[in-house]
Design a protein around this ligand. Structure first.
Ligand code: AMP
Ligand code: TRP
Length: 328
C-alpha cells in the first residue's frame, strides 16, 4: 500500500480552504493508503506566538481533524514535536539544502518581508517540512496548491541526498485535488483564503455558525454583470463560488454552471451557502462531542506519536549510517 503523509499548522481554527484543499482528501486516502497526518506545532513556532495558545491550538486542531473524519483506527494522527525524528532529520537535511534554494521559496518571500526580525526557523521552514515527509518513506503528499513549491524542494533534497550518499529516501509526489486546491478569499478573490491574510469576512471557518456562513457567502465579492460562467481570470469571485458549490455537492463545474446559468447570482449564493452548511454540520456535531472528551483526543495523539516514532526510527537509522554518524 502506498504511504501518504501530510501536515497542518495549529495556527487557529481551520478554514474551508484547509478542508477542501487538504483535509477532505486525507479522510478519503485513509481507506486506500497507509496514512500519516501530523499537526506541525514546530512549524507554527516560526511565527510569533504565545506558548499557552500554541498548546490549546494544537489540541483544537487535532480535535478538528478527528471531527473531519480522520479515524485513528485507519490512520496515524500525531503531533510533530512528540516525535524527535523530525528535528533530527531536519538538521541533517539543513546541511544539504542551500541558502539560494531556500531564498527562492515564495512563501518565505511573502512571510519574511515584514522587516521584523526574520528567524532562521522561518527561513528553514521548508527543510523541516521535507524532514517530516522524508522521515516516513512517504510516496504521496496530499496538499493544497500553495504547497507545490515546498514539495518540489523536498523532492530535490531527497534526490540530492540519494545521489551524494546512496539510495536512502523515497522521493515523494504532491497530490493536489482537481477542484478546491485553491479556495479564494471571499472579499478579495485574487488572494487565497488564509488565516493570516484574510479579513474575517473573507473566511469561512469550519466551526462557523450557519448564520455566519450564509452572511459571508451573500456578501462575497463577485462582479456586476450577473452572467454565470466559469472564468477564474475575468470573474474570480464567481469562479470561487462555483467551485465551492461544485466541490461541496460533488458535482462538476459544468453541471453547476448549467444548473444556475439562467438564474442570478442571488440563487447561486443561496445554494452555495446551503451546500457549505450541509457539508460542515456533521463536522461541527462531532467536534462538539469530541471537545468534551479531551482525554480521548490526547490518548489518541499519544498512540499516534508512538506509532510514528516506530515508523520513522528505521529511516533515521538508515540516514545516520549513510551520512557517516555513529550509532546512538
Ligand atoms: P496550513 O494551514 O498552511 O498548515 O495548510 C494546511 C493545508 O491546507 C495545506 O495542504 C494547504 O495547502 C491547504 N490550504 C491552505 N489554505 C488553502 C486554500 N485557501 N485553499 C486550498 N487549500 C488550502
Ligand atoms: N507547510 C505546510 C502548510 O503550511 C504544512 C506542513 C508541514 C506540511 N509539514 C508538512 C504539509 C509535510 C505536508 C507535508 O500547509
Amino acid at each position: 500500500m502506498a504511504r501518504v503523509f501530510s501536515g497542518i499548522q495549529p495556527t487557529g481554527d481551520l478554514h474551508l480552504g484547509n478542508y477542501l484543499g487538504a483535509v477532505r482528501q486525507w479522510a478519503i486516502d485513509q481507506d486506500s493508503h497507509e496514512a500519516l497526518y501530523c499537526v506541525v506545532d514546530l512549524h507554527a513556532m516560526t511565527a510569533s506566538y504565545e506558548p499557552k495558545e500554541l498548546t490549546t491550538r494544537t489540541q483544537t486542531t487535532a480535535t478538528l481533524l478527528l471531527a473531519s473524519g480522520l479515524d485513528p483506527a485507519r490512520c496515524t494522527l500525531f503531533v510533530q514535536s512528540q516525535v524527535p525524528a523530525h528535528t533530527e532529520l531536519a538538521w541533517i537535511l539543513n546541511c544539504t539544502a542551500t541558502f539560494g534554494e531556500l531564498n527562492r521559496m515564495t512563501q518565505f518571500k511573502d512571510k519574511g518581508q515584514s522587516g521584523n526580525s526574520v528567524t532562521v526557523g522561518l527561513f528553514a521552514y521548508p527543510v523541516l517540512m521535507a524532514a517530516d515527509i522524508l522521515a516516513y518513506d512517504t510516496d504521496q503528499v496530499p496538499v493544497g496548491d500553495d504547497q507545490r513549491q515546498h514539495l518540489e524542494l523536498a523532492r530535490d533534497i531527497a534526490l540530492r541526498f540519494n545521489n551524494r550518499f546512496g539510495e536512502t529516501f523515497t522521493v515523494p509526489k504532491a497530490t493536489v485535488p482537481p477542484l478546491g486546491a485553491r479556495v479564494m478569499d471571499l472579499q478579495d478573490p485574487t488572494i487565497k483564503m488564509s488565516k493570516s491574510n484574510s479579513s474575517p469576512q473573507g473566511i469561512i471557518g469550519l466551526l462557523d455558525a450557519p448564520k455566519t456562513i450564509r452572511k459571508r457567502i451573500r456578501s462575497a465579492v463577485t462582479d456586476s454583470d450577473n452572467h454565470i460562467e466559469f472564468n477564474p481570470d475575468t470573474k474570480p469571485g464567481l469562479a470561487n463560488l462555483l467551485t465551492l458549490l461544485a466541490v461541496t455537492t460533488e458535482q462538476s463545474i459544468e453541471a453547476v454552471v448549467s444548473e444556475y446559468e439562467s438564474s442570478g447570482y442571488g440563487s447561486l449564493k443561496d445554494a452555495t451557502a446551503d451546500a457549505i452548511i450541509a457539508c460542515l454540520s456533521p463536522i461541527q456535531e462531532r467536534y462538539a462531542d469530541l471537545s468534551s472528551d479531551l482525554k480521548y483526543v490526547s490518548g489518541q495523539l499519544n498512540q499516534g506519536a508512538e506509532r510514528a516514532r516506530s515508523l520513522s526510527s528505521p529511516v533515521i537509522a538508515r540516514v545516520r549510517e549513510r551520512a557517516g554518524l555513529l550509532a546512538p
